[in-house]
Design a protein around this ligand. Structure first.
Ligand code: NDP
Length: 245
């Protein structure tokens, strides 16, 4: 599963914890050149030290700001003269029922989960078009295939990611660019830490404690899609814990 990975330049957006950090570990071990972005720069530099990556490949990035995402991708190209993969992974899941009117949480999810992905695409696409190659991996969710009470806005953002990915796939086909939507179920990360409603947070944490699987499940999916020959474009991966409904 490590064919076609060594030497590839991979920008990981949202690399400071959870799925992004674990993927960085797997990719570095497989010989990829990772470039790490997120807001918590101290977490990124600690990860860079752990996996033997220069601090030059760490860029403090808030995905809400398109210019910061462009600076992250530009850094990858400055360092390595190309970008092979962007993993648009930054995301938040502050669940709550709509009737509680947590408008700030809604807006934050729209800004990070949707606009953040678009900003990643905007930053990487011109380079990939010029190269006539590249792979864009956008992180959706099982919630991007369904909707449940309490998770409506999150689900809406993850449905949007799937639509954006599929439309992008069709548009960039002539440029030799591959596009994957990767949709995990419950995976143990810090995702449940940002739920602002105490009762909702408890319910979700109990669920995650019972069902969540380790983050290497996600990293292995990324490596699987990357490792296919360039003419093979894996477009959708949906996975979940075997025990999750
Ligand atoms: P974590 O909370 O552990 O990681 C989220 C990552 O997103 C962090 O690196 C965080 O970095 C980054 N992030 C959040 N906001 C911003 C921002 N404004 N700018 C830049 N980076 C940001 O959770 P996960 O690893 O689980 O989440 C990764 C992705 O996986 C998300 O898109 C999530 O929706 C998706 N997902 C996760 C599932 C799960 O069960 N874990 C299931 C389905 C999908 P920082 O705070 O330092 O900026």
């Amino acid at each position: 599963m490590t064919d076609n990975i060594e030497g590839k330049v991979v920008v990981i957006v949202g690399a400071s914890s959870g799925l992004g950090a674990e993927t960085a570990r797997h990719l570095a071990k497989a010989g990829a050149k990772v470039v790490l972005g997120a807001r918590r720069v101290e977490r990124l530099t600690a990860l860079a030290d752990e996996i033997g990556v220069s601090h030059d490949a760490v860029v403090q990035t808030d995905v809400v700001d398109a210019a910061q995402v462009k600076a992250l991708v530009d850094r990858a190209v400055e360092l390595h003269a190309r970008i092979d993969v962007i993993l648009n992974n930054a995301g938040l899941m502050p669940h709550s029922p709509l009737e509680r009117l947590k408008i700030d949480d809604w807006n934050q999810m729209i800004d990070v989960n949707i606009k953040g992905v678009l900003h990643g695409i905007a930053a990487a696409l011109p380079y990939m078009q010029a190269q006539k190659s590249g792979q864009i991996i956008n992180v959706s969710s099982v919630a991007g295939h369904t909707v449940r009470p309490g998770g409506v806005v999150y689900s809406a953002t993850k449905h949007a990611v799937r639509v954006i990915s599929e439309g992008l796939r069709q548009e960039v086909k002539p440029h030799g660019i591959r596009v994957l939507t990767l949709s995990p179920g419950a995976v143990a990360t810090e995702l449940t830490d940002h739920i602002t409603e105490a009762d909702v947070a408890k319910g979700i944490r109990d669920f995650y404690e019972e069902y969540a699987i380790p983050a290497d499940s996600f990293a292995r999916c990324v490596l699987f899609a990357m490792s296919q020959p360039e003419e093979v474009d894996i477009n959708e991966i949906l996975f979940r814990p075997t025990s999750q409904q």
